[in-house]
Design a protein around this ligand. Structure first.
Ligand code: ADP
Ligand code: MG
Length: 346
């Protein structure tokens, strides 16, 4: 059973170290482009400060070297001034899961809270080792993410439709393998569709494919009736760059009839507006569907942002891309493991 905040006892006067995920995109002028991951920290932070905890936040960020210039924006987004330690990944000990580095982070704190679901699949010092050095608990966001994903996996196959797009077969194929027996349909777009089409012997021309897809797809019946592949495309020459309008409409119909939807990955090369059409059709259909939807992925959220489709129109929006996929694939997440999540899960 995962250790949660309600088991942590009295927070009053305690020095609490919170692992957050503030890894947001930042534009050239220093503006935070998309702040969902930051605003998702608000509830947990309020919970702790209302109970008298002295909170210090730690996080990494990839877009810029330091949090310093972003602090006014972070304060504004969180609605309170916060103590944020410097970029974790500026220290090589973080990604190397160095024990001495983890010890240096723990120094001076009474409690550790992991509220960074998006890094829970990483064996990094602040995720995997730090929680073994202090009394440690899952924050509210981690708890919500885990519950939402558990429910999505556990729901009956009938009425459960998974939409999977984007790229990187190594992270997506394990989800297809794990969920195909537990879903009514898995509909694929993006590079993952190219991979599956190629496996079916379709000539995908100069389309982007994953080099390791053939190997990864061993054990997946690419002709399985539950696997829905597009049959029309938006092309540039012979390259398939978006799911075509008819297939996108088929996907939208599936979404309309579903009772549970899981979606990760844009249907095409959405950064170019010529290839965002199927992602728009699908996103609108999911947002309008009466199904409960669980969606996630950095590029998926970015695509919704550029389409102007509000995240509040979906049931649950995960802050995790890789972490969400790892969870959906039924693989262990070291960050959750350190919080006792698997202790009574065989
Ligand atoms: P997420 O971050 O939501 O998990 P991914 O990172 O897996 O999504 O995939 C997003 C990337 O996949 C985008 O950069 C997009 O351009 C690319 N992509 C999707 N479909 C295609 C395609 N048909 N051809 C080339 N690139 C594609
Ligand atoms: Mg991505």
């Amino acid at each position: 059973m995962m250790r949660t905040l309600d088991q942590a006892g009295d927070f009053n006067g305690k020095r609490v170290l919170v692992r957050a995920d503030f890894d947001v995109p930042v534009s050239a002028d220093g503006t935070i482009q998309e702040s969902y991951r930051i605003t998702c920290q608000k509830e947990n932070l309020q919970y702790l400060t209302e109970r008298g905890a002295q909170v210090t936040l730690i996080s990494h960020i990839s877009a810029v070297p330091s949090f310093e210039p972003l602090l006014p924006q972070i304060t504004e987004l969180l609605g309170m001034a916060v103590d944020v330690r410097e970029n974790l990944r500026a220290h090589p000990g973080e990604e190397a899961n160095n024990a001495a580095f983890a010890q240096s982070l723990a120094e001076g704190f009474d409690l550790y809270i992991n509220n960074a679901f998006a890094v829970c699949h990483r064996t990094h010092a602040s995720v995997a080792t730090l929680p073994t050095l202090l009394p440690s608990y899952a924050g509210l966001l981690v708890q919500q993410e885990v519950s939402a994903l558990e429910a999505a996996v556990a729901t009956d196959a009938a009425g459960k439709v998974v939409f999977m797009g984007g790229a990187k077969a190594s992270t997506k194929v394990p989800v297809i393998k794990s969920l195909l027996p537990k879903a009514q349909n898995i509909a694929v777009g993006g590079v993952i569709a190219n991979d599956i089409l190629r496996e079916r012997g379709v000539d995908v021309g100069t389309s982007k494919v994953d080099d390791d897809a053939h190997e990864l797809l061993v054990g997946v019946d690419v002709h399985d009736d539950r696997l829905v592949v597009p049959d029309d495309f938006v092309r540039d020459g012979t390259a398939l760059l978006d799911v075509g309008p008819q297939s996108a409409q088929r996907f939208a119909t599936l979404a309309g009839k579903a009772t549970m939807i899981i979606w990760n990955g844009p249907m095409g090369r959405f950064e170019d507006e010529r290839y965002i059409g199927a992602t728009r059709t699908l996103a609108e259909a999911i947002a309008s569907s009466s199904a409960h939807s669980v969606i996630g992925g950095g590029d998926t959220v970015a695509a919704l942002d550029s389409l102007g489709i509000g995240l509040d129109r979906f049931g649950f929006v995960s802050t995790g891309g890789g972490a969400m996929l790892t969870f959906l694939a039924g693989q262990r997440l070291p960050g959750l493991e350190a919080l006792g999540y698997y202790d009574d899960h065989a």
